[in-house]
Write a protein that binds this ligand. Structure first.
Ligand code: GMT
Length: 375
């Protein structure tokens, strides 16, 4: 198949899923065309069957808001014609599914160009529920040739909040279990911690929804119970306040802010435990990537996270903001080496069994085939 993929190319879960999906599809022999305003950040290596088409928005004094969604629609239609695409797959409803709908209409007299929309979470839970965006988001979801959501929880929320009656498939986030594995990271650990120290890790875009300050609070309690280091991967609006809290608590020697990293699979495996105390996660891709590296997560029981983590078996779940419980879970598991490693092995086994790319990517292929088989 020839597939056009559009996503937010910057640091964020939906862009990661879209990019990893494109890479997996290209490896399986499909031709993949990324269409976006910049090259997706995880698309670091040149790879056969992958092409990138940059969307440029012309600025003009009259435009207070340059119309990216229109430039994207034009580019989608152009790429579809020039490269004979079979379909478009857009990640994140706003504005991508609206642009895809326009591109489909632009070509309708000459050729068919169906589009699939994948919902990732904040496009529904935050952005789509803003009254000004709700009608257009609902319309583009209704008009999509197929729609998938990344968890059952997100599907139910979408159906309820948008009063949508069309079917929505659930296709979970996935991880490449060959790439994400503990052995891959063995050597890097010594850069951050001594043998006798535990390593906690957090991976996110540091948006308020991630509650990065809770990460610091939890870590502060853990390091009072045992020698430990905290490694924070990513960047975003709450990084400065997290850095300030770290300084105020005199933890600077124990906390590493690594910023954005391309190859997180090389880092996650240095950790003993992940902290994901988010306000909301429709799935929690970072926790899955950790699980594949045998790093269980202490997380919040929100959104789709309970579909990913089995409390006490492959990680821990606690209420949002309950840093005391999360710290207690962390201390408990980090104090018991045998149980920690067993939980890590179970987490990886579960990631392999339910969320491995080899298991999930065929579900997207089947969705595409279903769409294309409709006349
Ligand atoms: O979490 C973010 O802020 C990024 C966001 C995105 O759309 O880029 O992530 C969402 O999509 C990920 C991939 O499908 C999910 O794993 C995250 O749980 C989801 N984030 C939220 O629901 C807050």
């Amino acid at each position: 198949m020839k597939i056009g993929i559009t996503c937010y190319p910057t640091y964020g879960g939906s862009g990661v899923v879209a990019t990893e999906l494109g890479i997996e599809l290209a490896t399986r022999g499909h031709e993949v065309h990324f269409i976006s305003y910049s090259q997706p950040f995880r698309l670091t290596e040149p790879q056969a069957n992958i092409y990138f088409h940059e969307v440029t928005v012309t600025d003009y004094p009259l435009f207070q808001y340059p119309p990216y969604d229109l430039a994207l629609a034009s580019k989608m239609a152009g790429v579809a014609e020039n490269y004979d695409l079979d379909l478009l797959h857009v990640h994140y409803a706003i504005p991508h599914s609206v642009s895809a709908l326009l591109a489909r209409q632009m070509l309708a007299k000459r050729r068919r160009l169906p589009f699939v929309t994948t919902l990732h979470g904040t496009d529904i839970t935050l952005v789509g529920l803003d009254r000004s965006y709700l009608p257009i988001t609902r319309f583009s979801i209704e008009e999509s040739d197929a729609v998938s959501a990344i968890s059952r929880d997100l599907r139910e929320k979408t159906l309820a909040a948008f009063e949508i009656e069309r079917p929505i498939d659930v296709i979970y986030n996935f991880v490449n279990c060959d790439l994400y594995r503990r052995e891959a990271a063995a050597g890097a650990r010594a850069q951050y911690a001594r043998e006798d120290e535990r390593v906690l890790v957090h991976l996110s875009n540091f948006r308020p929804v991630k509650r990065v300050l809770d990460v610091v609070e939890i870590f502060d309690r853990v390091r009072q119970a045992m020698p430990a280091k905290l490694v924070l991967i990513g960047d975003g609006p709450d990084r400065s306040s997290a850095e300030y809290l770290v300084r105020r608590k005199k933890l600077a020697e124990k906390v590493y802010f690594l910023g954005k990293k391309d190859h997180v699979h090389e880092l996650l495996g240095i950790a003993d435990l992940m902290l994901m105390p988010s306000e909301m996660e429709s799935f929690g891709l970072a926790a899955l990537e950790g699980m594949a590296c045998e790093v269980p997560a202490v997380a919040t029981a929100v959104g789709g996270v309970p579909e990913l983590i089995e409390d006490g078996v492959t990680g821990f779940l606690a209420p949002v903001g309950d840093v005391g419980t999360m710290a207690a879970c962390a201390v408990e598991i980090l104090s018991d080496e045998a149980r920690l490693r067993e939980m890590g092995r179970r987490a990886r086994a579960d990631a392999q069994a339910r969320f491995c790319a080899s298991h999930i990517v065929p579900q997207y292929e089947a969705l595409y085939e279903r769409v294309l088989s409709r006349s």
